[in-house]
Design a protein around this ligand. Structure first.
Ligand code: 5GP
Length: 241
């Protein structure tokens, strides 16, 4: 598959056209950003870690019956995906309280929710991704009420499968953000699933192994990402060699 014209440049990924109109090429760059892009760095190898873990999770979730945009890896930081019409929502699933939910509401940091919470943010950096509700989503024409329910069901299924996978390796999935898009009449899981978009705590030590290491200067973020790849991806799938 040949890489065509640059279609879109995000904060950590570049999206290119391909030879086929309904397929795109996503290159994971080594850039890392936080706080709406106010903090920025480039860390050699970071893009590869996120691409490989995303590919691994997309493959695993497809096996579990969750439809995704993932088609295959082109090299260790580039993947081929179906071209989606992205829905500008960040669908956040929270198993424990951390981050913005603790700043905004009187939850205790680390508190476990009896039922996972789903929070949706409207994806727009210029508006700082404001939290959105069902009525606003419908009024903006982003999803119908039935589609909101479908997206919630998919997000909870992703949570169940990922949580179980992490737990078996001694990692606690605190929260994560996913994005969906339309492919014809179907809604597919798109974007990425990586340490940039989740909180993962080591069950034994409580240490963060995700972008919080970078956000809050908790240590060496690249080693944290490498550790997750090493713990999660079987060698035959292309883990850290
Ligand atoms: P919070 O709302 O606490 O900042 O984030 C909740 C979860 O969603 C965290 O795992 C965080 O990494 C992820 N998340 C929220 N907003 C974004 C975003 O704009 N980009 C990425 N990559 N992840 C996000």
């Amino acid at each position: 598959m040949n890489r065509g014209q640059l279609l879109y440049e995000g904060k950590a990924k570049s999206v290119y056209l391909s030879d086929t109109p309904d397929e795109l090429i996503v290159a994971f760059r080594d850039d890392i950003t936080a706080f709406d892009g106010q903090k920025k760095d480039s860390l050699a190898g970071k893009g590869g870690y996120n691409a490989r873990i995303s590919a691994f999770f997309f493959t695993y979730l497809e096996e579990k019956g969750i439809p995704t945009h993932f088609m295959g890896m082109i090299d260790d930081h580039t993947m081929a995906v179906k071209r989606l019409n992205m829905i500008p929502l960040e669908v956040i699933v929270r198993n424990r309280a951390a981050g913005s939910i603790v700043r905004r509401y009187p939850f205790r940091e680390g508190q476990t929710f009896d039922t996972p919470l789903i929070v949706m943010d409207y994806k727009d950096d210029s508006r700082h991704d404001p939290m959105i509700n069902d009525d606003i989503i419908i009024a903006l024409g982003l999803l119908s009420r039935d589609e909101i329910q479908h997206v919630r069901d998919l997000a909870l299924a992703v949570n169940r499968h990922l949580k179980e996978l992490f737990r078996a390796r001694g990692l606690d999935l605190v929260d994560f953000k996913i994005e969906f898009g339309r492919f014809g009449d179907t809604i597919l899981l798109g974007d990425e699933i990586s340490m940039d978009s989740m909180r993962l705590w080591d069950v034994k030590t409580g240490a963060s192994l995700d972008k919080d290491v970078y956000r809050y200067d908790k240590g060496d973020v690249l080693s944290a990402y490498a550790k997750v790849v090493d713990m999660m991806i079987p060698k035959e799938f292309g883990g850290v060699q």
